[in-house]
Write a protein that binds this ligand. Structure first.
Ligand code: APR
Length: 253
């Protein structure tokens, strides 16, 4: 574990790099929502420690047993709808608000960046707050999980599904293109709370690095991104990003 002075020094260095950057973007993963009580996927408490993704998060699983998949997503929706943005989400919203952060590319489906006030959010893996028809282009934003065991489309009667990207499915084309454009423009990428193992999202830090962008990682453990990071801060996202905003605001004044 990093000493507090060591991590403070790294956060200060990160603030100086960000201060000099012209186009800062963020890439976030489940770790940024961990302090909001939303389970991550990997790691000791991760969802994939307790559940098998091939039974719950693939088109085949939904085809085979839609009621089971819906039961699992209703459980996850309950957690998300009762969760609140944590200081890490708020810190990124503040960085956007003061004109330092241009946009967030997130792998998360919990919508907490938007709840925290972030305006530019690219959801690579969709949103658990939306459901869509498996047959027509009906979509619906939810404020709570659907009551029915198998929600049906009001337009065509087909089964509805969570509007998230399952394993084996392509990312939404528009979102992926937006992400690539942002990576093409950025000179600094702040990567928070991702294990960096799920493609194609995990490619983005490497594409940014290849373009000469500075890479700053915030994670409680090493990841495949750590070796290309200019700075890697071993702190929880809430503490690291709150301190980062403080340093950046002091650098401005
Ligand atoms: N602060 C910072 N980092 C944290 C914290 C925290 N409080 N808690 C956990 N982490 C880190 C873990 O060390 C891990 O590296 O967050 C990361 C979470 O990794 P994953 O659970 O793999 O989540 P993610 O990288 O977002 O997964 C990518 O996989 O299952 C799919 O579609 C799903 O979007 C998800 C994708």
């Amino acid at each position: 574990m990093m000493s507090s002075t060591e991590s403070e020094h790294l956060i200060e260095k990160a603030a100086q790099i960000i201060r000099r950057s012209k186009f800062l973007i963020a890439l976030t993963g489940a770790g940024i929502s961990a302090e909001s009580g939303i389970p991550t996927y990997r790691g000791s408490e991760g969802l994939w420690r307790r559940y098998r993704p091939e039974e719950l998060a693939t088109p085949e699983a939904f085809q085979r047993n839609p009621a089971l998949v819906w039961e699992w997503y209703r459980w996850r929706m309950e957690i998300v709808f009762s969760a609140k943005p944590n200081p890490a989400h708020k810190a990124l919203a503040e960085l956007e608000n003061i004109g330092i952060l241009k946009c967030i590319i997130t792998q998360n489906v919990d919508g907490l960046h938007q709840e925290a006030g972030s305006k530019c959010v690219v959801e690579l893996h969709g949103s658990i707050r939306r459901i869509r028809c498996t047959n027509c282009n009906f979509k619906l934003h939810l404020s709570k999980p659907p009551e029915e065991t198998l929600p049906r489309c009001p337009h065509c009667g087909s089964i509805l599904r969570p509007d998230v990207v399952w394993f084996g499915e392509p990312l939404p084309k528009e979102e992926w293109e937006k992400a690539l454009k942002l990576v093409g423009q950025c000179d600094c990428m702040l990567i928070v709370g991702t294990s960096g193992v799920v493609m194609p999202a995990a490619l983005l830090p490497f594409l940014a690095k290849d373009r000469g962008a500075k890479i700053i990682e915030v994670n409680i453990e090493d990841t495949p991104i750590t070796r290309i990071a200019d700075i890697s801060i071993r702190l929880k996202a809430g503490e690291a990003l709150t301190k980062l905003v403080t340093f950046l605001k002091n650098l401005r004044d």
